[in-house]
Design a protein around this ligand. Structure first.
Ligand code: HEC
Length: 181
């Protein structure tokens, strides 16, 4: 009996090692032969798109969980965030009454319109996304170049985007002069 169990376990282990080796061989084959099309001009297959976006959403949620967002943001913080947004984000993510830049339309994944999509993210998740960026996408990490306080200003502003009118957007962030880019 004991012996049978041992043989069975060895078989399972051998199968797992073989499957891992085959997976590695397949990955090497794809990498060396150029079989995978990396063109941004062609969309991912539905499965790959689902895999990437689900991985990204859960990765951000798991890491942002440890961050505590301020309970409220002042008008001055939101205005400062707007100024950063117009200088560093609008060309990819658009804004109320403003379309994304022409070149940003060729990016894959497409930078989402945050006027709608910001509603799906918590302030700590926006902060995490802006600080760390998203690897293998056009979403940059701003943590190296900006202080946490500035990143919270940006998160505060981004959370105001859903429902903001074009004239409110145009008026915001003109007064402070804090963004020196
Ligand atoms: C060069 C283009 C580019 C710039 C500049 C950029 N982003 Fe992004 N951003 C992206 C792309 C592409 C994604 C999608 C990443 C993905 O789905 O894997 C993204 C994703 C996001 C998301 C998650 C949205 C969602 O629903 O998936 C947020 C929030 C975000 N960016 C905020 C910002 C902010 C705030 C700034 C400015 C400080 C900024 N981004 C600057 C390209 C950009």
């Amino acid at each position: 009996m004991q012996n049978d169990k041992g043989i069975f376990l060895k078989g399972v282990l051998g199968g797992a090692v073989l499957a891992a080796l085959l997976g590695l061989l397949l990955a090497l084959f794809v990498a060396y032969t150029g079989a995978y099309n990396i063109a941004a001009s062609q969309d991912h297959s539905p499965f790959v798109r689902w895999l990437f976006s689900t991985t990204m959403q859960n990765s951000v949620a798991a890491r942002a969980d440890e961050l505590e967002a301020p309970t409220e943001f002042s008008e001055a913080q939101i205005a400062a965030g707007a100024e950063h947004y117009k200088a560093m984000c609008q060309h990819c993510h658009a804004g109320p009454g403003v379309e994304r830049a022409e070149w940003a339309q060729g990016l894959l994944p497409q930078p989402p319109h945050l006027v709608e999509e910001a509603a799906h993210w918590q302030p700590n998740e926006v902060f995490w996304l802006v600080k760390h960026g998203v690897r293998m996408s056009a979403m940059p990490a701003f943590g190296e170049t900006h202080k946490d306080a500035e990143l919270w200003d940006i998160a505060a502003f981004v959370k105001q985007l859903p429902g903001m009118t074009a004239s409110e957007y145009a008026a915001l962030g003109q007064q402070t002069g804090t963004h020196k880019h």
